[in-house]
Design a protein around this ligand. Structure first.
Ligand code: UDP
Length: 141
């Protein structure tokens, strides 16, 4: 399988629960390497731009409010099949439907406060990594 990169966000609910390390352990346990990381408090503009694809959805306003409600931890992950691997680790969008042992099953409270984001395809991964790590040379390791 090809080595890929994907963009991951530990959302404000999971940062507030102090489980960044536990979530990083899951990445590492699955063979994903953290190759770039930054903790930040998103501006409204950042959150609206990042989730622009959902602008017309009924949950957009609440999603933006949630994403700016506290700091987030943003990382680029690298590894074999990283995009799908990260999606598998995350579990379904709705934690009630997420498989046992997934990040969302274990750490998320609701479909809107659902602990993590992960890119869903190579194209979005490239755009999302450039959004948060613009112009940075990210090193494989
Ligand atoms: N979301 C929400 N309500 C919904 C669907 C989605 O609040 O009914 C939020 C949720 O935080 C989700 C994000 O919007 O993670 C993006 O939705 P998407 O369908 O892309 O899910 P994901 O790729 O994050 O699993």
């Amino acid at each position: 399988m090809a080595i890929e990169r994907t963009l991951s966000i530990i959302k404000p609910d999971a940062v507030a629960k102090n489980v960044i390390g536990q979530i990083y352990s899951r990445f590492e346990g699955a063979g994903l390497k953290v190759i770039a990381a930054r903790m930040m408090h998103l501006s409204r503009n950042d959150a609206e731009a990042f989730y622009g694809v959902h602008r017309e959805r009924p949950f957009f306003k609440d999603l933006v409010e949630f994403m700016i409600s506290g700091p987030v931890m943003v990382q680029a992950l690298e590894g074999e099949g990283a995009i799908l691997k990260n999606r598998d680790l995350m579990g379904a969008t709705d934690p009630k439907k997420a498989a046992a042992g997934t990040i969302r099953a274990d750490f998320a409270d609701s479909i809107d406060a659902n602990a993590v984001h992960g890119s869903d395809a190579p194209e979005t991964a490239a755009v999302e990594i450039a959004f948060f790590f613009p112009g940075m040379s990210i090193h494989s390791r």
